[in-house]
Design a binder for this molecule. Structure first.
Ligand SMILES: NC(=O)C1=CN([C@@H]2O[C@H](COP(=O)(O)OP(=O)(O)OC[C@H]3O[C@@H](n4cnc5c(N)ncnc54)[C@H](OP(=O)(O)O)[C@@H]3O)[C@@H](O)[C@H]2O)C=CC1
Ligand SMILES: O=C1OC[C@@H](O)[C@H](O)[C@H]1O
Length: 372
C-alpha cells in the first residue's frame, strides 16, 4: 500500500534572539517523536540585521547546516522563493512592520506574541493578509500543546458545569534592577513591561476557559477593570492585574470573572491557573505558557469532593513545535487563519490590552506605534 508523504513546510526565520533559537531547535525535532506524521518542517533561511549573526545562529542551532541560507537583511528572507512561511521573533515593536513586509511578499506568517502593539496595527495586518490571501497567525503556542486540547475536552463535556471564575498568572523575575534600561523588557520604545510580554498567557487561559466555553459562544467580556504599577526605572508596567467580566447576554448564559496577573519582578513559583466551575475545579500546573500537567476535582451537589483526576503530558522539545504543525496543516488546507487561534482571538487580546493600558496610563513614546 502506498504511504502518503508528509507535507514539508519550508521556514524562513526573522531574528536570531532567544525565542528564534528555541523555535528553531523545536522545528528540528523529528515530528514523529510527538506522533505527528502528516507534516515535517525544514529551516531554509535565517534573517538577521547582520549576515555574521545569521551564520553564527546556523552554526549554533542548526549544526552549521549548509542548506540554510544566512541573510544580513530581513528582506532577503521575505523575497526568497524557497521560503513558504516566515517566523517573526523580533521585539514587539517590530512585529507590525516585519509581518506587513512578509505578508506583502505573499509569505505565510507566524508572528510572536503579542502579535502587535495595539489593535489598530493588528487590524491593518489582517486586512493585508486578506488582500494577499496569505496565512497569518499569532504564535500563541500554548493553544496548540496537547494538554490544552485535552483540557478543553474536559472543560466542555458538561460534567463540570459552567465556569465561574478563572485565576491565571504569569509572573517572572527578570532582575530588572540589573538590566540595562534599553533591554526589551524595560524599554518603552521596545514595548517593555509585563502586560505585553507576559499578559498574553493569563489572558489566553481566560479566552480558552470563558470566551470559548460553549455557554458563552465567543461572546466578548462585558467589563474590563485594570490596575498597573510602573517601575521608576523606565515607567513601563512592572505589575499588572486585570479582571474580565462575562455577563449573560442574548447569546451567552455565562456569568463569570477572570482575574489575570503578570509581573516582571516577582521571584518564586507561579500559582499558574485555576478554573472554578459549578461542579469542580481545574488546576493547571505552572508555568502557564507550557504546563505539563493539570488536575481536575469533581464535586457532588453538596460541594463535596468526590473524584480527582490528574493528567500528565511529556514530549520531546520545548513545546513550540505544535504551533508549527498547525501552520503547516492550515497552509496545506488553503486556510488563511487557524480555527484554534484565529484572528478574532488575537484581536480580542489586543483590544483588551489597549483598554488595560488606557486604564493603567501606559502610553507608548511617540512614533513607536506604526498604526494608531
Ligand atoms: N513564545 C515564547 O515563549 C516567547 C516569546 N517571546 C517573544 O519574542 C519576541 C522576542 O523576544 P526575545 O527573543 O526574548 O528577544 P531577544 O532580544 O532575545 O531577540 C530579539 C531579536 O530581534 C532582533 N532585533 C531587531 N531589531 C531589534 C532591536 N531594535 N532591538 C533588539 N533586537 C532586535 C535581533 O535579532 P537580529 O539582530 O538577528 O536581527 C534580536 O536578537 C518578543 O516579542 C517576545 O514577546 C519571547 C520569549 C519567549
Ligand atoms: O513568552 C514569554 O514567555 C516566557 C517569558 O520568560 C518571556 O519573557 C515571554 O516573552
Amino acid at each position: 500500500m502506498a504511504s502518503t508523504q508528509p507535507t514539508t513546510l519550508r521556514w524562513g526565520i526573522i531574528s536570531t534572539g532567544h525565542i528564534a533559537s528555541v523555535f528553531v531547535k523545536d522545528l528540528l525535532v523529528d515530528p514523529k517523536t510527538r506522533d505527528v506524521h502528516d507534516v515535517v518542517h525544514k529551516v531554509v533561511a535565517i534573517g538577521s540585521r547582520t549576515v555574521e549573526k545569521a551564520q553564527e545562529f546556523i552554526d549554533k542551532y542548526a549544526a552549521g547546516d549548509k542548506s540554510i541560507k544566512p541573510y544580513g537583511t530581513y528582506e532577503g528572507v521575505y523575497s526568497d522563493p524557497d521560503v513558504d512561511a516566515i517566523y517573526i521573533g523580533t521585539p514587539h515593536t517590530m512585529h507590525y512592520v516585519n509581518a506587513r513586509d512578509a505578508l506583502k511578499a505573499k509569505k505565510a506568517v507566524l508572528c510572536e506574541k503579542p502579535v502587535t502593539l495595539n489593535a489598530a496595527e493588528l487590524r491593518s495586518l489582517l486586512a493585508i493578509a486578506k488582500e494577499n490571501n496569505v496565512f497569518f497567525m499569532e504564535a500563541l503556542w500554548t493553544r496548540f500543546q496537547p494538554l490544552v486540547k485535552e483540557l478543553k475536552k474536559v472543560a466542555e463535556d458538561g460534567s463540570l458545569g459552567e465556569p465561574i471564575m478563572v485565576e491565571a498568572d504569569l509572573c517572572a523575575n527578570f532582575g530588572v534592577e540589573k538590566l540595562p534600561i534599553t533591554h526589551r523588557i524595560l524599554d518603552p520604545r521596545l514595548g517593555g513591561g509585563a502586560l505585553l510580554d507576559l499578559g498574553p498567557y493569563p489572558l489566553f487561559w481566560a479566552i480558552l476557559a470563558l470566551y470559548e466555553h460553549p455557554s458563552n459562544a465567543n461572546t466578548r467580556p462585558s467589563g474590563i477593570s485594570a490596575s498597573m504599577i510602573k517601575t521608576p526605572l523606565t515607567n513601563v508596567d512592572s505589575n499588572t492585574t486585570f479582571t474580565l467580566s462575562f455577563t449573560p447576554t442574548s447569546s451567552s448564559s455565562l456569568s463569570a470573572q477572570a482575574n489575570l496577573t503578570c509581573a516582571i519582578n516577582v521571584r518564586g513559583i507561579n500559582p499558574s491557573v485555576v478554573i472554578r466551575y459549578r461542579h469542580g475545579n481545574i488546576h493547571v500546573a505552572a508555568p502557564s505558557p507550557c504546563p505539563k500537567s493539570f488536575k481536575v476535582e469533581y464535586f457532588d451537589n453538596n460541594g463535596k469532593l468526590v473524584r480527582e483526576e490528574k493528567k500528565v503530558y511529556e514530549y520531546v522539545g520545548g513545546g513550540w513545535h505544535f504551533q508549527a504543525d498547525e501552520v503547516a496543516r492550515c497552509i496545506r488546507e488553503g486556510k488563511i487563519q487557524s480555527e484554534a487561534w484565529g484572528w478574532d482571538k488575537s484581536l480580542l487580546e489586543m483590544e483588551i490590552f489597549d483598554e488595560v493600558r488606557r486604564q493603567g496610563g501606559y502610553v507608548f513614546p511617540k512614533g513607536v506605534e506604526q498604526v494608531v
